[in-house]
Design a protein around this ligand. Structure first.
Ligand code: UDP
Length: 480
């Protein structure tokens, strides 16, 4: 068989949460569109129902090209796990500890893999077995190139400190000056858990993964030149850290057909879309803090007051539970009937998982108040909708920095981390008005939409990279 005829078989291993599953399946769909076969290894049980529903829809959309294989990690000893640990983070750790179970799964596949692509949260675990994979392995990175650069830098910073094993809170200093970056990453933007005194599993994971980045065959990242040109260039030119593998900007990963929920199961989406249809173009503020952030009870009242005061119609997703399998609670019980009544006069409030891409793509939506999750950011850019970020935790200040630098959105920096204080309604209203009335933001968002569509369209940067990788893997297959 000639190299051009060989069928390329790509294995994917996501981890937990929609923010990690959505980009995995969107990337898998890109390879499927280029004629590859895909094996999706799914850690079971999934943390949320939204994940299991999406996996089912993905697999049934490509019955001849996709094979799904279960991966059953061994639960961690409950006595070693803190009771209030984030269930998605717990699943990362569980999969990492069970990674040895991956090898028998991969060796039992009918066709050997041409390449293996796995989630960023599993770097060190997969690196420890990568010599037994017998194919190149890549991570798909679910945050910004700025965040990737930060992770790449931290082990270098730690090693350059004369004190043995320095703690991150010491070697970070006031800011991290990443080589090749015009603006440094301030200490205040670093994920809080990384700077906590003492040692925690998040710090250990980041440090270990940082040291292992050079052992990867490549990094596939949901970003693109016009959004993060400086960071992508610095990473690929060896400025950030020497010896890093290629970092492929394959973004923005666009939503796919299989993500559409059937009419019958729409969780009320159809009435939301009908309501949007009745609103004037660009007049609605969409508010959502992502799939993993529970709306803080002490912030709810002021957020409601801010939305009422801002003067725009709004679609507000109030997430009352971290995981959709938990016990249900009514919105009215949380908001109170008086506030609920006022909210309903000006907007729509829902607690269900919504089809975000449909909302962002609706012409009525003129702005998005977001926690700054990287998927939400790239999705809003692809639709040309200005964004106001309100970081809650983790990488969300660093992603907000990327947004601020690109000029397509604003970041409410003075609000700090979402968990730090209650932001007053009038401040929220002020920032929303700023986002909705800022003409240069709207122009820039429109330009970014065009650039995003070009990057992921026919002949764009994503297609060029994917084709190049496929050719490389085909050549590997010929040699081996
Ligand atoms: N999402 C959605 N509906 C919701 C909440 C989230 O479709 O009600 C999707 C959203 O479009 C994105 C992902 O879930 O693709 C969330 O990822 P992100 O990185 O924005 O934030 P995370 O939820 O991981 O904090």
């Amino acid at each position: 068989m000639s190299a051009s005829e060989a069928v390329v078989h790509v294995g994917f291993l996501p981890s937990a949460g929609m923010g990690h599953l959505n980009p995995c399946l969107r990337l898998a769909a890109v390879f499927l569109r280029h004629g590859c076969k895909v094996t999706l290894i799914t850690p079971k049980p999934t943390v949320s129902m939204a994940e299991s529903d999406l996996i089912t829809r993905f697999c049934s959309s490509f019955p001849h090209q996709v094979t799904q294989v279960d991966f059953n990690p061994v639960p961690l000893d409950p006595t070693t796990v803190s009771t209030n640990i984030d269930p998605f983070y717990l699943q990362f750790q569980t999969i990492r500890h069970s990674i040895h179970l991956l090898l028998p799964i991969l060796s039992s596949l009918a066709t050997p893999l041409s390449a293996f692509i796995y989630n960023v949260s599993l770097i060190s675990a997969v690196v420890s077995i990568s010599d037994k994979l017998f194919c190149p392995s890549y991570i798909y990175f679910t945050s910004s190139a700025r965040m990737l650069s930060f992770i790449a830098c931290v082990s270098v910073l730690a090693d350059s400190d004369p004190a043995a094993q320095p703690h991150p809170s010491r070697f970070i200093g006031d800011a991290v000056q990443v080589p090749g970056f015009t603006s440094p990453i301030p200490r205040s933007s670093v994920p809080q858990a990384f700077l906590l005194e003492g040692s925690n599993s998040f710090q250990r994971m980041i440090m270990e993964d940082s040291r292992n980045l050079t052992k990867l065959d490549g990094v596939l990242i949901n970003s693109f030149e016009e959004l993060e040109g400086e960071a992508l260039a610095a990473l690929n030119e060896g400025k950030v850290v020497r010896g890093l593998p290629p970092v492929y900007g394959i973004g923005p990963l666009m939503a796919c057909e299989f993500e559409n929920v059937d009419e019958g199961q729409k969780n009320g989406m159809s009435w939301i879309l009908e309501w949007l249809d009745e609103q004037a173009e660009g007049s609605v503020v969409y508010v959502s803090l992502g799939s993993r952030t529970e709306t803080r009870r002490e912030q709810i009242k002021d957020t409601a007051l801010g939305l009422i005061e801002c003067g725009y119609s709004f679609l507000w997703v109030v997430k009352l539970k971290r995981v959709d399998r938990e016990e249900d609670e009514g919105l009215k019980d949380v908001l109170g009937s008086e506030l609920m009544g006022k909210v309903k006069e000006r907007g729509v409030v829902v607690k269900e998982y919504v089809d975000q891409m449909k909302i962002l793509g609706h012409p009525a939506v003129g702005g998005f108040v977001s926690h700054g999750g990287w998927n939400s950011i790239t999705e809003t850019l692809s639709e040309g909708v200005p964004i106001l970020t309100w970081p809650q935790y983790g990488d969300q200040k660093m992603t907000s920095e990327a947004i601020k630098m690109s000029g397509v959105g604003i970041w409410a920096e003075e609000w700090g981390w979402g968990t730090q204080k209650v932001v007053e309604g009038k401040e929220i209203a002020k920032k929303i008005k700023e986002m909705m009335t800022n003409e240069s933001l709207r122009v820039k968002a429109g330009e970014m939409k065009e650039a995003a569509r070009k990057a992921c369209g026919v002949g764009g940067s994503c297609e060029l990279i994917i084709k190049r990788l496929i050719e490389e893997w085909k050549r590997n297959a010929q040699v081996n």
